[in-house]
Design a protein around this ligand. Sequence first.
Ligand code: GLA
Length: 694
Amino acid sequence: MIRTWRLDDARQTLALGSREGRCPEVIYWGAPLPEREDLPALAGATQLDVTGGMLDENPDLSICPEAARSFPGQPGLIVRDADGTPLLPQFSLADDSQTDTGLKIVCADLVNRLTYTAEFTLDPATHVIAMTAELTSDRPLHLHWLAAPTLPGPQQADEMIDVAGRWCGEFQLNRTAWSPGIRYRENRTGRTGHEHFPGLIVPCRGATNASGEAYAFHYGWSGGHRMIAEELPDGRRQIQFGHAARMETAAATTFKTAPLYAVYSSDGLNGCAVSFQRHLRDRIVTWAKPDAPRPVHYNCWEAVYFDHNIPKLKEIATRAASLGAERFVLDDGWFGQRDDDTSSLSDWEVDPRKYPDGLGPLIDHVHEAGMSFGIWFEPEMINPDSNLHRAHPDWALGAEDQILGRQQKALNMALPQVRDFIYERIAALLTAHPVDYIKWDHNRVLPMPDAAQTRGSYALLDRLRADFPHVEIESCASGGGRIDFGILSRTQRVWLSDSNDALERLKMQHNAALFLPAAVTGSHVGPRRCHTSGRTLDIEFRAWVAAQRHMGFEMDPRELDSREEAVLREVTQWWKANRHWMYVADILRLDSADEAVVAELQLAEDGAQFVLFAGKAATSTQIVPRPLRLTRLDPSALYEVSLRNRASASHLSRGQQALKNGPVTLSGAALMHSGLTLPWSFPESMWVLEGRRL
Ligand code: GLA
């Protein structure tokens, strides 16, 4: 006896089956099945055989694989009774309910008195399936591990792609071959982390950015996750995501995973990327002013660091505005006695030495220059050298002799009095001044993983958002250390990296687009000589790389010469003229035939226009550029394509290419099959092409 369920949209079918009343398993996930498909027959037809050396029946690869049913891989749940006795759950189907887009499965273990509930929600517009698992019991239990509903990994895949990184080097993709055993990633740092972005892509054999089948996963949680991608002895594959193990420190009667977002694509990695981009932008982020254009930022960090001086900041603000900035963000250094990073975190009162009349005069100046005002906080942190630490050393999280990170500790966000204290300090500033933006930093890892800490941070953010709905928040953690759909349901922008090196950013942004839309991805034009890499890059390249995402500036504008100013002004104007459609465009990674070229197409929602950014990250091996194939155009439509910055062609580019002389008109078919052949260019430069459907 098998009971089945299915969820469908135009792109995919997800089908589940419960055999003999046991916990269901995914029996199909992929391209849409016809309505008349006989799911029990499908379940029967896809069953594995049994031969020598095997059990007499293959244990289910259920949505919560159970150790007690001889499952040969990692279980979906590891839990102990309050006295420490391990429980070995065996679930039976107890209840189920279904809507067009949602499915709820309830399973019960009567012996251990446990209830397991899995919920699936399919968004037919973005094609993202969000799923959670919940465990409840009639008495407090200790949780070691609870996976969001377990999904099968495709058999037609040879490898998986996951995302690692470091400070100033976020979003590095790693490819690992599937083989018997486990690819196990666990982030025990207590924040989403640079090191282990909670995402996975499984491309099926031959898939590229633009074609082939792929599956992608993202776990929307900011406290550190665990991922298991396992090939079982019988060849089946399972994918599990959940909070990092043992991060629930207290016994409880209810545990719930964060949402696991999963998507299937039949048109390459871009199919997954576009789903995540749209889902994040249109379903997860709550915009403070949904209809207002994203303002061009100016952030003063790399211009002044801790050296806040009002006349200097005013001059910088005036210049930033004249270049096109629309929001001025005052970074670290305005509070306590914060002259370097050794003190004052948690003393959120304006430093009267630097601001004798408070922030008012600077804010007024910023407003007069036509910009809005934003300010930096690092709410969850405390320096031992701070008034708060002297008054309440017990409010800090972790042992007294813990290793500090950037001379600081984290506050214990599970304590309501800590949250109230921070809330009041931030609310006082937001009430006293017209501030519409917070850069919310988190510059150290936690002394140990602790889910209550993340819940505390979420609660504080939620309270502030409810009381100050006009204030936008940027999630920063030494750059991209806290980027995930959990934090992004409470914030509107991420600081992708502390690296303002356009060359590093080019690649990072390209990879981050597998999950993030341009609308949330901050990107700033940094100093001529990058402060974190020492590399010197031309303003054109720096400006265009920033213009690929949510644009801003972060250098001291007083360092710019007149050419640099002119270029920056022009690119910023271009960005402003195009942001209305780029904000909702899809970022499509192009399959570049030249490894030195990192290229993407940003295609408008209605397909009527696009911009192509072709960044040259290195010198090519071959002498002239290889053609770059576009993607997702209408093959039968004609497009007028022009090289926006053709005036930048080097004197070493001597050919008579049509694109260098003006627009060319070609069909979508030609652009997608032969592609565009660009002029020769220097490394560390960017070609920008604009396209319009005729
Ligand atoms: C972190 C951030 C930077 C800056 C500094 C301020 O490193 O990532 O952008 O705000 O803190 O101390």
